[in-house]
Design a protein around this ligand. Structure first.
Ligand code: SGN
Ligand code: CA
Length: 529
């Protein structure tokens, strides 16, 4: 009896004496710095060692890879701005969150659950600064300052931002990347409650079209010749949709894209028409009548790539400044840094600019994550992860379980190097918009480690199959090869399973109707609805 009492009393004192010590040991939830650029292809990030890595390195973004983890196979589920952003926020496919088109699909339903909202409810101080492009104002943020003009695309120069409480500021004479950088650092500096962990979404317009560099970078790469990618002169044999897309450097780039000075004295209307001439199929122009076709294409490519890479350079430097700020303030230690872009981009591959297609260059998103004490620097992963996985993962990092209606899944175990099973054997992709801007045929498909099967269905009915191991550039459509019958059946079966899993139980007629929907977006300085 006495012994029993002694044990109870002892235990009682142990608990009492333990408590305060444990309290001190409570680790603060990690801060999350989510950096996202717009249309930044893997080939233009030197950490990915692509065809541009030597001519235009990105040392600051590379730092995140060197000190963290590089994902070689992160994919968007619909390669276009708003839909990718909506999927990142909600953890859902575009057909579930409703934001499946950039143009004519209406605005983002801001009452949906998003990872910033959940983080905010769980004690995070949250902000988004830069490009948002979802129509409705951001919700779930203690602070926001997002690009408003050009239908939410924003401009490189004199960008206009929307702030909370319906206020609008024009940053006259300023460059968008610089404003976004300064504001993001200012927000970190002036946070009201520094005991709270933070989520900062630091989101650039760069390097989106029309690729207007900052003055300081105007001469960067001036005397350099940019190499061509391997598929620069693709003739689209066996791929009708690729052939019909309006995104060829030589066929569909306008004069403004490559910064040709317009003639003097044009009226405002005539100037707009002059600048955008080239967008449409058949609008032929050349900087010099004497140029051959190959010379002309290379000339436009050099102009395009140099400006694109100049925009990247400014963003890379702004990211470097942010990383230095984290170091200087001691924040690096407990901050997870994520670098990504809403999708990839064509930098001359297949002779193109823009994105949208399920082909590798635009389906890929860069994804680099630095997570002190969890990720070993220089780690590389080939697992296939999706933009719908970002939300569950970020919530998981904050110790929160993702809600069931998020379709993505957390890849925290990959970050912690603890994953034993294959994370995903196959991914599902779906693009809806047509015809504008670039006449890319709506399509869906499946990608496995080895194969990609795509169905283009809007006003054609064509399938494509690629062997990604033998043909990583996706030039050889092997759909009609009789040997592949069994493989095609297998892939189609898995595709059907994925459609069921992701609740994409729609007929082709219904899908075509989704493409036909025309609902205006909010922008143009109209008040929020
Ligand atoms: C603009 C561009 C298009 C681009 C879309 C979508 N034209 O409309 O080339 O595909 O944005 O980009 S431009 O002449 O206005 O630059 S996205 O990033 O919003 O998806
Ligand atoms: Ca984009």
């Amino acid at each position: 009896m006495i012994q029993k009492y002694t044990v109870v009393i002892l235990l009682f004192f142990m608990v009492l004496s333990f408590k305060p010590e444990q309290k001190n040991k409570v680790i603060k939830k990690p801060n999350i710095l989510f950096i996202m650029t717009d249309d930044h292809a893997l080939a233009a990030i030197s950490a990915y060692k692509g065809f541009l890595s030597k001519v235009a390195p990105t040392p600051n973004i590379d730092r995140i890879a060197n000190e963290g983890m590089r994902f070689n196979n992160a994919f968007c589920t619909n390669s276009i701005c708003g839909p990718s952003r909506a999927s990142i926020l909600t953890g859902q496919y575009a057909h579930i969150n409703g934001f499946f088109k950039n143009e004519g699909g209406g605005d983002f339903n801001s009452s949906l659950e998003t990872f910033p909202k959940i983080l905010q409810k769980n004690g995070y101080e949250t902000s988004v600064i830069g490009k948002w492009h979802l129509g409705t104002s951001p919700i779930g943020f203690d602070y926001f300052k997002v690009l408003l003009n050009k239908e939410g695309q924003g401009t490189y120069y004199n960008p206009i931002f929307e702030l909370a409480n319906d206020s609008i500021v024009e940053e006259k004479g300023k460059y968008s990347t610089t404003v976004i950088k300064e504001d993001a650092i200012k927000w970190l500096e002036n946070r009201t409650n520094k005991d709270k962990p933070f989520l900062l979404m630091y989101q650039f317009k760069a390097p989106h079209r029309p690729w207007e560099p900052a003055k300081e970078y105007a001469n960067y790469l001036e005397n350099v010749t940019i190499p061509h990618p391997e598929t620069f002169n693709d003739d689209y044999t066996g791929r009708t949709s690729a052939k019909n897309a309006w995104m060829r450097i030589d066929g569909h780039m306008n004069r403004k894209d490559v910064k040709i000075k317009p003639p003097k004295g044009l009226s405002e209307e005539a100037l707009i028409a002059w600048n955008k001439y080239g967008n449409e199929e058949g609008e032929f122009w050349t900087p010099d009548e004497k140029m051959t076709e190959a010379e002309r294409k290379n000339w436009k490519f050099q102009r395009y790539l140099k400006d694109y890479l100049r925009c990247v350079k400014a963003a890379d430097d702004a990211i470097g400044e942010m990383l230095n700020y984290l170091d200087k303030t001691g924040l690096s230690e407990n901050t997870v840094v994520i670098y990504t872009s809403d999708q990839g981009f064509y930098l001359g591959e297949h002779g193109w600019f823009d994105k949208r297609f399920m082909y590798e260059e635009s389906m890929h998103m860069p994804l680099l994550i630095r997570y002190p004490n969890k990720i070993k620097g220089g780690s590389v992963k080939n697992d296939m992860v999706l933009n719908i996985d970002y939300a569950p993962t970020l919530l998981n990092i904050a110790g929160i379980q993702a809600p069931k209606n998020m379709q993505g899944k957390s890849f925290l175990s990959i970050l912690e190097n603890k994953s034993k099973r294959i994370f995903r054997d196959a991914v599902y992709y779906h693009y809806f918009e047509f015809p504008y801007w670039h006449h890319v045929q709506p399509h869906y498909g499946i990608r496995t480690k080895k194969y990609k099967l795509i169905h283009f269905y809007y006003n054609i009915d064509e399938w494509e199959l690629f062997d990604l191991e033998k043909d990583p550039n996706e030039l050889n459509n092997i759909i009609n090869n009789p040997e592949n019958k069994e493989l095609i059946n297998k892939l189609k079966t898995r595709l059907e399973e994925l459609k069921i899993e992701y609740k994409m139980d729609k007929s082709l007629t219904e899908l075509r109707e989704m493409t036909n929907i025309r609902i205006n977006r909010r922008y143009l300085n109209e008040p929020a609805n």
